[in-house]
Write a protein that binds this ligand. Structure first.
Ligand SMILES: *Cc1c(COP(=O)(O)O)cnc(C)c1O
Length: 345
């Protein structure tokens, strides 16, 4: 498997660090916890979409695109990284933002990732929740093409076989770090959403016969749907790489017990995970993805699913910019000042 056969536009700060989390490990008293810092990919506060976009934006360039279009939820990290990448390449970027939470909060609608989208020069328009966002995006792309623009459309989360190559590459990178430091690990855990991260990782791990189980903690769909989505994309990615069938259905494992009320709605356990990572390890999680992934990870450690003597890697997929869109979530109880939540007048 030779990834250099595919066009790639280098922008990420790679390899991302692999670090041991001693204080969090001690606090939980379970396995030795390590973290792969894909929150540090560098592009406009970093995150996992940058690896996917290296392959997607290279295709856009080859096609001679002057415009990229993509879609995501209001506080989409993918949208922000796409806007930043497009700016660097001198392309226009247009984003369809889906209102998946219905929140009228000013920070949610204008701060965090939305602020950064606009700082990078992207234009945005809104859509109500529940529509077919990729179809909506294609409609807008078609109108732009009729106006004479050369448009490259990127699906939500950058999750197609081209984008997933970025996470095949991450599997190689992580394995090399582990091998070079003689660090044997027993498990990899991360937040899974639009499926590209998990699909790419599992293809890379299986193609190398790493024999390291991978667990995705879901942030939106039920288990069956999530696993089916990941498996479908992993199969297509393996096909693209010339190793069809390298991933079997049972290699794809998602735990969707930590979604809470729904996508983009913070959970108590996620907020606890944010506080633990920030206070013990000075690492910022986001309430939509990495905090729910970490909440599942922490709960599974507490339940003994990952044990003392094992070594587990949490892949940090980024998202801290969303914290500034979710300030309202942190009003719940003031563990930091000891004060009660201010009562509404
Ligand atoms: C998009 C995203 C994920 C999920 O990755 P997918 O490839 O969409 O499954 C996880 N964490 C963060 C911070 C993200 O932005």
């Amino acid at each position: 498997m030779h990834l250099a056969r595919f066009p790639r536009r280098f922008i990420a700060h790679l390899p991302t660090p692999l670090e041991r989390l001693d204080r969090l490990s001690a606090e939980l008293g379970g396995p030795e916890i390590w973290i792969k810092r894909d929150d540090c990919t560098g592009l406009s506060t970093g995150g996992n979409k940058t690896r996917k976009l290296e392959f997607l934006m290279a295709e856009a360039e080859l096609q001679g695109a002057d415009t990229v279009i993509t879609q995501g939820a209001t506080q989409s990290n993918h949208a922000r990284q796409t806007a930043a990448f497009a700016a660097k390449l001198g392309m226009k970027c247009h984003i369809l933002l889906e209102d998946r939470t219905g929140s009228k909060d000013a920070n949610y609608n204008h701060n965090g990732n939305v602020l950064l989208d606009h700082l990078h020069g992207a234009t945005t328009e809104k859509r109500p929740a529940g529509g077919d966002m990729n179809a909506e995006m294609e409609k807008v792309a078609e109108e732009m093409r009729e106006d004479g623009r050369n448009v490259y459309a990127i699906p939500g989360g950058g999750s197609n076989p081209t984008g997933a190559l970025g996470y095949v590459n991450c599997a190689f990178e992580l394995l090399a770090q582990l091998n070079d430091s003689a660090t044997k690990i027993d498990h990899i855990v991360h937040a899974t959403g639009s499926a590209g991260t998990q699909a790419g990782l599992i293809v890379g791990l299986k193609a190398m016969n790493a024999q390291i189980p991978l667990l995705g903690i879901g942030v939106r769909a039920p288990k069956e749907t999530q696993e089916a989505n990941v498996f479908k994309l992993a199969s297509a990615t393996a096909e693209k790489l010339g190793c069809p069938g390298v991933v079997s259905r049972e290699d794809v494992v998602a735990n969707t017990d930590y979604v809470g009320e729904g996508y983009g709605i913070p959970t108590e356990s996620g907020l606890e995970a944010i506080a633990m990572f920030a206070e013990l390890e000075s690492i910022l999680l986001d309430p939509v993805y990495s905090a729910k992934g970490a909440a599942g990870f922490i709960d599974l450690i507490r339940k003994g699913h990952f044990k003392k003597g094992e070594r587990v890697v949490f892949l940090h997929t980024g998202g801290s910019a969303a914290l500034f869109g979710y300030t309202a979530a942190f009003d719940f109880a003031d563990r930091w000042t000891g004060q009660e939540k201010p009562q509404a007048a």
